[in-house]
Design a protein around this ligand. Sequence first.
Ligand SMILES: CC(C)(COP(=O)(O)OP(=O)(O)OC[C@H]1O[C@@H](n2cnc3c(N)ncnc32)[C@H](O)[C@@H]1OP(=O)(O)O)[C@@H](O)C(=O)NCCC(=O)NCCS
Length: 315
Amino acid sequence: MSNRNIKVVRVTKDDYDQVCAITPPGQIYSGTDYLPDYFHMLLDMSNVEAYAAVVDGKFASFFLSFVVDNGRTVVTRAGRTNKEYAGMGLQDVMRRNTIKDRKYDKMAATSGAHVKAILDQIKSGKREKILMMEFRSYITSGDQLKSILNTIGNTTPSSAKPIDAIELGDILTNQQVSCHLFPESRVIVDWVPYRLIKSNAFLIKTIRTTVIGSNLENGTRILTFGNYFNTTAGLVCNIEVYGCIGETLAEHLYLHLRELISHEISGKVIIRCFYRQETKSNFITKLMNRFGLDITEIWGTGLVCTETTPEIYFR
Ligand SMILES: CC(C)(COP(=O)(O)OP(=O)(O)OC[C@H]1O[C@@H](n2cnc3c(N)ncnc32)[C@H](O)[C@@H]1OP(=O)(O)O)[C@@H](O)C(=O)NCCC(=O)NCCS
């Protein structure tokens, strides 16, 4: 590595093609890589910094920091290194570069619970496990989904309703409500962990996010988040479910799926549903089956969220 010319550069929207070429999207997360579709949206966000390691003039590695929790926590996401340059420490160089001279208390990341590198880092004390969620993937075609939803017709949900960023901020910070929805004092949306802070509501709710809430005043409250992106495997929609899982969830799924088909879909639709570990996955699967979605496995069935401090990570 020492005799190679390595430069770390700040990535701009003009670098889209070079960033996407670092690792072909079909080779990340079993073809469900969100970066090509989210790239411009992420670079427009004021809490995002993206860097590339350029080795001998070639974009070799990409690193993205996503700052949450009123500036206290830096979440790393979407990192990738071209196979030719793997293990050279390029991610590490960019991580140090991003953290230096900053006052982040915590560094957080989420990953597939099957990723050995993360499990090793937890074991060695480099990262602390703070939350795990189960997920299942469901698949159908865009045409079939449209046809089933059109057969169901425009039903008016009895209680489920869209939640805007202001109301979401109120929910996150209302202790009586949030202690039921988020007992670990953390909400993971679209693979990003957030503390229950008002300002995070405005980061959670992007142009791709739909938030649906039901029965928020009582013990059967449920809150769901949906985010969608195009990938080589198809249109992927991540749906996180918090709160009391029962028949009301069908109304939420209906609204998230309706939102999805309002956009152009060609080919497959993959719904990834995330929920607490004690949830009975069969119940979720039965609800998905109603909408013609069949269970499949794409890139694991669990996520693990970890946190560390710059001092511990770099010691
Ligand atoms: C993960 C990845 C970015 C590492 O890139 P790299 O330039 O080889 O990384 P470095 O040489 O700087 O450091 C290797 C470190 O990454 C860790 N690592 C390897 N795979 C990892 C993964 N999927 N997630 C997190 N860390 C990983 C290694 O354990 C090693 O850590 P250590 O220093 O504690 O031993 C690269 O393997 C990759 O592109 N993977 C495919 C995309 C992906 O899974 N990204 C996960 C982040 S969202």
